[in-house]
Write a protein that binds this ligand. Structure first.
Ligand code: SF4
Length: 386
């Protein structure tokens, strides 16, 4: 049987952060949350026939939004529906994202664990209360510490901490203090994301009003990136992807499956999927999603069947996100051609520019290449609308 990953989107948050362009809604009524979860359960059940007998579920990721913003019962029922609907492997990695402002006391953490969740991804973002306030987060550092302690007391032994950096004028000392706090926690995994500001976000507008050029190459951001990489490495975390670091044995299998371009199905509003060489995604309109599911229709808005060229490009781009890059033999196995022959010009250019390296078995980005990852990856893209 083949293996597959599942993603479930919970699009509700206590309050919208000023930099956020995820599909998530604040201040929603309980009735809407209830309708959403009933639809989600239906959508999941509708996939039973398609997956059962053909696939076992290797990883599940409940993301958002803020999955622990909704009542714990919804998550318990969600897990039940997933277990009832699919063949979930015994040692499946089951992650839930959680924010410190949601349901996160010890009793609630115990209930998540009992429901089958075995990995938590906690959103700290920063240990600097002034920054948290400035970017519209609704928790403070103490809230995070309480949630982390509760997770540990409940027995979660695989915890990721999410960090974000690169805000204009961000206090460097406070950022370094955050990183030092994280390495002392000590958690098993860290995701440290550099801010990519969408044009639709309030913070983008604020920066525009202040005359800040968000497109400009930000060296402060790159310095913070190098600092976080260095400190985490020093403290026993292996960097295995551009923004992800793990203690030995704690790589996030779910995300590795994305970067290995393996198959996954997404459930919920705006959820993306990849199966049988096709990428498809659900509508981002909550009302539309509810309506579609109510009339037993699919909520899929668009399907793109990837041709051979696009599959190669995705494999390379996703592969280059990993510190070890991608295996040349894997490329040949999947596409029946030689990577170095297919991309002779691009490879020569990137190696000459010291952005990429190879030992002929693997191909990966250099330290400098990581700073210019997007530029390096663009070399492999043939269509502008890709
Ligand atoms: S908690 Fe996360 S998903 Fe929710 S608004 Fe903030 S950044 Fe967006």
């Amino acid at each position: 049987m083949k293996k597959i990953s599942l993603y479930i989107h919970v699009p509700f948050c206590k309050k919208k952060c000023s930099y956020c362009d995820f599909v998530s809604y604040e201040n929603v009524e309980e009735n809407l949350i209830d309708q959403y979860f009933q639809a989600l359960y239906e959508e999941i059940r509708a996939y039973r026939t398609l997956l059962n007998g053909n696939y076992t579920v290797e990883t599940i990721f409940i993301g958002g939004g803020t999955p622990n913003f909704v009542a714990v019962e919804y998550i318990e029922k969600l897990m039940q529906v997933l277990f009832d609907s699919f063949e979930v492997e015994k040692d499946a990695e089951i992650t839930m994202e959680a924010n410190p402002n949601g349901h996160s006391n010890k009793e609630e953490m115990l209930r998540y664990k009992k429901a089958g969740i075995n990995r938590l991804s906690l959103g700290l973002q920063s240990a600097d209360d002034a920054l948290l306030k400035e970017i519209g987060r609704s928790h403070c550092f103490q809230d995070f510490q309480d949630a982390f302690a509760a997770a540990r007391q409940a027995g979660f032994d695989n915890v990721n901490i999410d960090l974000i950096f690169g805000f204009f004028g961000q206090d460097r000392k406070a950022f370094e203090d955050t990183v030092q706090y994280v390495v002392q926690t000590p958690c098993e995994h860290v995701s440290a994301y550099s801010l990519k500001l969408g044009e639709e976000t309030p913070l983008y507008e604020t920066y525009m009003e202040q005359g800040i050029d968000v497109e400009e190459e930000d060296w402060e951001d790159r310095e913070m990136y190098r600092y976080v990489c260095r400190e985490l490495e020093k403290n026993g975390y292996e960097q295995y992807e551009l923004s992800n670091f793990a203690k030995k044995g704690y790589l996030c299998k779910h995300n590795m499956n994305y970067w290995d371009t393996k198959e996954y199905i997404g459930f919920g509003v705006a959820a993306h999927s990849y199966k049988d060489h096709a990428r498809f995604f659900n509508t981002s309109d909550l009302e539309q999603y509810l309506e579609d599911i109510k009339r037993n229709a699919s909520a899929i808005e668009e399907i793109e069947q990837l041709n051979l060229q696009k599959r190669k490009e995705e494999f390379i781009i996703m592969g280059l996100r990993k510190t070890k890059g991608f295996e040349v033999d894997d490329y040949t196995r999947r596409f029946g051609s030689d990577f170095f022959a297919d991309y002779e010009k691009e490879t020569a250019y990137l190696i000459e520019a010291k952005l990429m390296e190879t030992d002929k078995k693997n191909v990966w980005l250099t330290e400098e290449g990581k700073d210019f990852a997007n530029i390096a990856m663009m070399e492999f893209i043939t269509e502008i609308n890709y």
